[in-house]
Write a new protein. Structure first.
Length: 125
């Protein structure tokens, strides 16, 4: 694989340089050599882009493995197992204490004023 990633682009680029030298740097030779050098650079860049894509797959596979580990053990692979030592137990919220960011219970309003019915009678046309 190293041959394909490194030496093939180098050989193509060297061929482009050889074409330029062999034609005596004429206009046609420069254009042809530049095209061949561009092809070698394209092969190299294609290999680089492919390797970057494969690296992303490795990251996804590692994350999938970590999720499988969590599903079977109940903790992440880079964490200490529960009850393994000096990690304090997380604080549990006091049920009597109200969260200031959540709205409280709605106040109870009586259905109507004292002595009045709870609903208004329907309008008559």
């Amino acid at each position: 694989m190293r041959w394909l990633r490194v030496w093939l682009p180098v050989a193509i680029i060297a061929g482009g340089i050889l074409v330029i030298v062999a034609t005596g740097a004429s206009e046609t030779g420069l254009e042809g050599g530049a095209a061949i050098i561009g092809a070698g650079a394209s092969v190299w860049l294609l290999n680089v882009i492919f390797r970057i894509g494969v690296q992303g797959e490795r990251d996804r596979d590692a994350e999938d493995d970590a999720r499988d580990f969590y599903a079977s053990h109940g903790y992440w692979p880079d964490e200490a197992p529960p009850g393994a030592g000096d990690a304090p137990e997380p604080e549990r919220p006091d049920p009597e204490r109200r969260d200031p960011h959540r709205p409280g219970p709605r106040p109870h309003h009586p259905p109507g004023r004292a002595g009045n019915p709870a609903r208004r009678p329907p309008r008559r046309p």
